[in-house]
Design a protein. Structure first.
Length: 258
């Protein structure tokens, strides 16, 4: 008697950074365990519907030359951006209408002072991020879920996506894709779905711009669950530490020269 394989629906998502990768993600402490939300998402899997979730975080380290080039590129881009910023025609008209000829320069000076203070904070943050000694990696973050029910597959992906909200800080993760007229062109789009699946199944890495993170930003994802991860579907050892294996014995044989 042959059994037919159930038809499974697949939902996909790829995450990238919402802002320039010079802006860091939020530093997530290890308590509570950052894997708690991810484990709870996996806990929603229904085996009777042949459901499955895959989360692939692939990292390619940056060497020192690439890290320095990245830092200089961001500094040049920020310098050009600030050189191009200034009071627009509308700002000048608004100052004239609201502040009048007497209060206009004072308001402009106040606004410039606030702007300089904001720039000073940005410079301090960027210097700490770009020129830190932490190792940096290019990343790709792929999420795929399967289920007999199409809505269930989408819900599983959404549950995984919500577990990454804890990293929202000066930067954050966002789903890659955009809407073109009435069609959302994302990882599930038929022209992209096959290439997406090939990257997971064949362990392919696709380099993308604006996809660099420091190790400290994602350190919470680079470890097994700890005791602080209270999800029920995490395998526990019961707190029993296995005895260490005996060290290898090195035998040194000295022979007399003949």
């Amino acid at each position: 008697m042959t059994t037919t394989e159930p038809k499974l629906f697949t939902a996909r998502a790829e995450l990238t950074l919402a802002r320039e990768d010079a802006w860091p993600l939020k530093h997530v402490a290890l308590t509570p365990d950052p894997l708690q939300g991810l484990a709870e998402a996996f806990n929603q899997i229904k085996t009777d519907q042949h459901e499955n979730i895959e989360v692939h975080l692939d990292l390619v380290p940056l060497n020192r030359a690439a890290a320095r080039f990245r830092a200089r590129r961001h500094v040049r881009a920020l310098t050009r951006e600030r050189e191009q910023t200034g009071d627009s025609i509308w700002d000048q008209i608004k100052d004239g209408l609201v502040g009048g000829p007497t209060n206009g320069p004072a308001k402009k000076t106040q606004r410039l002072g606030v702007q300089r203070a904001e720039h000073a904070k940005e410079d301090q943050l960027l210097a700490k991020t770009l020129f830190a000694a932490d190792p940096h990696f290019q990343f790709q973050l792929l999420i795929r879920a399967k289920s007999e029910n199409k809505d269930r597959a989408t819900a599983l992906v959404q549950a995984v996506l919500s577990s990454f909200d804890q990293f929202d800080g000066h930067n954050e993760f966002k789903v890659m894709g955009r809407r073109i007229f009435f069609t959302y062109v994302g990882s599930d789009w038929r022209m992209k779905a096959r290439a997406f699946d090939r990257r997971i199944d064949k362990f392919k890495f696709k380099k993308r711009p604006n996809a660099t993170v420091a190790f400290t930003e994602i350190a919470g994802l680079m470890k097994p669950p700890t005791a602080k991860c209270t999800a029920r579907n995490v395998l526990r050892t019961g707190g029993v530490v296995p005895p260490p294996s005996p060290p290898p014995v090195l035998q040194l044989i000295v022979t007399e020269p003949s």
